[in-house]
Design a protein around this ligand. Structure first.
Ligand SMILES: *Cc1c(COP(=O)(O)O)cnc(C)c1O
Length: 381
């Protein structure tokens, strides 16, 4: 019999049956009154859940489009932008912004560490920055940025738009737009929301909307907030065809989140992450992110000396789990395990047991059952 494959990469994450069912529905006209109502309710729910007194956009595209959309709507050629980078996805903003003719300054940390908030403050004092980007969880390092603390500090710089990449965080890591002083938060449907890939969601403060207005006509067309705003207020209107079935799927994902409770969801992510991380450490893997800055949505696990990455991940796939490889300098030295979205206790026990089998077969010095015992204890505590 073929072993079922659990998708434990940092996105796409496992898609719950009820969400998949929405994808399989018969597609209707985007002007269908029932769909318009669903879309409207979805936008309202996203606003309320994440405490955003500004605007919410749900657009067809991936997380990277969210990055581009955020930048395009609050900056113009020649503006200064500060990029705070904790890895590969933070760095992605460098090329993106440079191509747009923005003057880019970068504050980078060693992989696994964060840029201290004081260092960001000092940099912001040097000159006027139109915007600053921070990646909440950099998927390449598993580092979680102190987004709330940075937001508090940003009160000293009201002219700078605070952009947060939540692609590997939103709906898993704690995020509230107004409370944290975030101007633009964006994510993709396929990570902690647990929907198939294809949607970008953005939460935009009134300050950022004012900035957009002040720019007049921008060069970008499809990703212009002003083109989409009338549709987000009244989805019966047309600008570009909405991804009807994905919108339904996201609406179901939001219904699941409401049923669980967003606070409970945050707590579940934290609990599961800490359990998995201690079990994996006990098996001999080293967590790349320093303690205190570890994400709850994924873990980046450095192999013990001498482990063959291709062999280990190959065996893991054979045993039934898909994980991702390391990026940059950590390619071949690390694997990345997603534990976000709609996963449950069954998944955790199964995942740790499978990692033990693969590690054992790869010749690592592991005691079968050691990680499982830690997960089991964590779950009943
Ligand atoms: C996955 C990811 C992206 C890119 O999203 P795509 O949907 O692949 O375009 C951007 N930022 C972070 C932090 C991510 O994890």
């Amino acid at each position: 019999m073929k072993t079922r494959k659990l998708l434990m990469i940092p996105g796409p994450t496992p898609v719950a049956r009820s969400i998949q069912d929405q994808m399989g529905r018969e597609t209707v006209a985007f002007g269908d009154p029932a769909f318009v109502k669903d879309f409207k309710e979805l936008i309202e729910d996203l606003k309320v859940m994440f405490r955003c007194s500004g605007e919410v956009f749900v657009l067809a595209g991936t997380g990277t489009m969210g990055m581009e959309t955020a930048i395009a709507n609050v900056t113009k050629r020649g503006d200064n932008v500060l990029i705070v980078s904790h890895g590969f996805f933070g760095d992605r903003f460098i090329d993106l912004c440079t191509r747009k003719g923005l003057n880019v300054d970068v504050l980078s940390s060693e992989w696994g560490e964060i840029v201290p908030v004081d260092k960001i403050r000092e940099k912001l004092k040097e000159k006027h920055y139109a915007a600053m980007t921070v990646t909440h969880v950099d998927t390449s390092t598993g580092v979680c940025a102190p987004v709330a603390e940075i937001g508090e500090m940003m009160k000293e710089f009201p002219e700078t738009i605070y952009i947060v990449d939540g692609v590997c965080a939103t709906a898993g890591e704690v995020e509230y737009i107004d409370d944290m002083g975030i101007d633009i938060l964006f994510t993709g449907s396929q990570k902690a929301f647990g929907v198939a890939p294809g949607l970008t969601m953005l939460w935009v403060s009134n300050k950022a909307m004012e900035r957009r207005k002040s720019l007049g006509t921008i060069p970008e067309f499809y990703i212009d907030f002003e083109k989409w705003l009338p549709i987000m207020h009244d989805p019966a209107k047309y600008f570009g065809t909405p991804a009807v079935n994905l919108v339904w799927a996201l609406k179901e994902a939001v219904r699941l989140i409401k049923e669980e409770g967003l606070e409970n969801r945050y707590a579940r992510h934290k609990k599961y992450a800490r359990i998995m991380q201690s079990a994996l450490e006990a098996l001999g893997f080293k967590i790349l992110a320093k303690e205190g800055h570890r994400a709850v949505t994924l873990s980046n696990l450095v192999y013990p000396e001498g482990t063959d990455d291709a062999k280990f991940r190959g065996l893991l796939a054979e045993e039934g789990i898909m994980v991702a490889g390391g990026l940059g300098a950590y390619a071949g030295k690390m694997f990345r395990l997603g534990h976000m979205g709609n996963i449950d206790k069954h998944d955790l026990v199964s995942v740790i047991a499978t990692i033990e089998r693969a590690a054992y077969r790869a010749g690592m010095n592991v005691e079968l059952g050691k990680g499982v015992a830690i997960v089991q204890k964590g779950l009943v505590e």
